[in-house]
Design a protein around this ligand. Structure first.
Ligand code: FE2
Length: 456
């Protein structure tokens, strides 16, 4: 074949190959299952307590009621006070592909420190129950804890999720807030929002819930489009988003949190990178924690999430972020970084999931500890210069523990889980859903990881 013909043939083969791949993967990349038609009744539903846009002493409240905008009220009272404040809510109709819902939101700022508040919401004669929440005491500003859950998306196990969530909440009553790592819903559909709230149970109304965006919150397409209900459920985004990027930062005690929207196309990620760089440079917080859905170091292949890695990793590492909480790949893994003396240090990168779904893992990304056998959740405790990161299984068994210690300008990491056996097996869900061939492939991948780990 002449050189000229080769020059024509190669691009042609590539175009045909890309065409075939696009045809095969069309549904996975661009397809959206239809949302079943629904109506939204006149009933207070999906009541959510979250943070407002002014730090730890602000709160936002969102709920759904009917299909038209109307008058909604938040009533709030500080325990021990005889005054109840009525705050008018803002309402907006969210129209989805197959129905509509009126979302309500109300904000309160400058709450008292170390107080307990009761609140309820009203739409005409419809009134919610009273719920309570507490604010951070001045004495606890440098000493508090919060919970983190990777994907919690449910397709049919919300009853079990609710049971587990209630158990976790009972065991962690002092927790200040809950962070969700994206994929709150299975798909942008009314039924899955209901399921997500069934799973969250009482926590949704008693402890502030903060969520980053996951790919399941988006409608797929050449350009992804976030489901409009999401930002109304977590209304801090309505003020904080940058263009179409759902970004949010908040301070809590001596820590600052930076929530990214890793689901966007690469041309949006540069905007997010600039935002993150600026916010990190302005931060005076002792502890800096980044939360995003897609892992910077993928568990499932070295070529995954390359744009996310390209844009965010240098900023995170240069700004000495302490902890990076991630999700999406339905496996558990954590890794520390290493300084020039070979000592383990920050950033501490972790990936976790709380969904029933457990994916095939390639054991990529140089993570030091893995878990594939359970759903997992994290409790992160800050005490002045010390941060302890603990991972629990869905049986509430301690599975992983790392202590971060600030010493001068550096933050060292100490692995406290060396005596806890690593549980790396093909999970039951994977075996049942993915079948024998994929299970065998997974078993091989696990075996190879064990051999690599032994050889280290
Ligand atoms: Fe995801």
């Amino acid at each position: 074949m002449s050189k000229r013909n080769i020059k024509i043939a190669i691009p042609l083969i590539l175009i045909i190959g890309l065409g075939i791949l696009t045809f095969i993967r069309w549904n996975a990349w661009f397809g959206n299952p239809e949302e079943p038609a629904y109506t939204t009744g006149k009933k207070i539903n999906r009541l959510t307590l979250t943070l407002g846009n002014n730090g730890e002493y602000s709160r936002a409240f969102s709920w759904v009621f009917g299909e038209e905008v109307g008058e909604g009220i938040l009533e709030i009272t500080e325990m021990g006070s005889s005054d109840t404040t009525s705050i008018p809510a803002t309402s907006e109709v969210c129209i989805s592909r197959s129905g509509k819902s009126a979302y309500y939101r109300a904000f309160v700022d400058q709450l008292s420190h170390g107080s307990t508040y009761s609140y309820r919401v009203k739409n005409g004669e419809f009134v919610s129950e009273w719920h309570q929440f507490s604010t951070l005491a001045d004495s606890a500003k440098n000493e508090f804890s919060f919970l983190y859950f990777g994907d919690i998306q449910d397709s049919d196990s919300s009853e079990l999720t609710r049971k587990l969530m209630n158990e976790i909440y009972d065991q962690n009553k002092g927790t200040q807030f809950v962070l969700l790592g994206g994929d709150f819903i299975e798909r942008p559909m009314d039924q899955y929002y209901n399921m997500a709230y069934e799973g969250l149970g009482v926590m949704a109304t008693e402890v502030p819930i903060l969520a980053v965006t996951g790919n399941h919150e988006y409608l797929k397409g050449i350009t992804r489009k976030i489901d409009s209900r999401y930002a109304h459920a977590f209304p801090y985004y309505l003020q904080s988003k940058v263009g179409d990027n759902h970004l949010f930062t908040f301070t809590y005690g001596n820590a600052q949190f930076f929530l990214l929207d890793s689901n966007r196309e690469f041309w949006n990620l540069s905007t997010q990178r600039d935002w993150l760089k600026k916010k990190l440079s302005e931060s005076k917080a002792k502890w800096k924690i980044v939360v995003l859905h897609h892992p910077i170091y993928s568990l499932r292949g070295d070529f995954n999430n390359l744009f996310v890695k390209h844009y965010f990793r240098p900023v995170i590492e240069e700004a000495k972020v302490d902890l990076v909480l991630q999700a999406h790949e339905h496996g558990y893994a954590r890794k520390t970084s290493f300084n020039e003396n070979g000592e383990a240090c920050t950033p501490l990168y972790t990936v976790s999931y709380f969904s029933e779904k457990a994916y095939f893992q390639d054991f990529c990304g140089d993570y030091q500890r893995w878990g594939t056998a359970n759903r997992y959740y994290q409790k992160i405790s800050i005490d002045n210069d010390t941060l302890v990161f603990r991972t629990y299984t869905d049986q509430h068994k301690l599975y992983d523990e790392v202590r971060l210690q600030k010493e001068g300008n550096s933050t060292l990491a100490f692995d406290l889980a060396t005596d806890i056996p690593e549980e790396v097996i093909v999970p039951e869900w994977f075996r049942n859903v993915k079948g024998e061939k994929k299970t065998k492939k997974y078993e091989k991948s696990i075996q190879e990881w064990k051999e690599r780990k032994k050889a280290k």
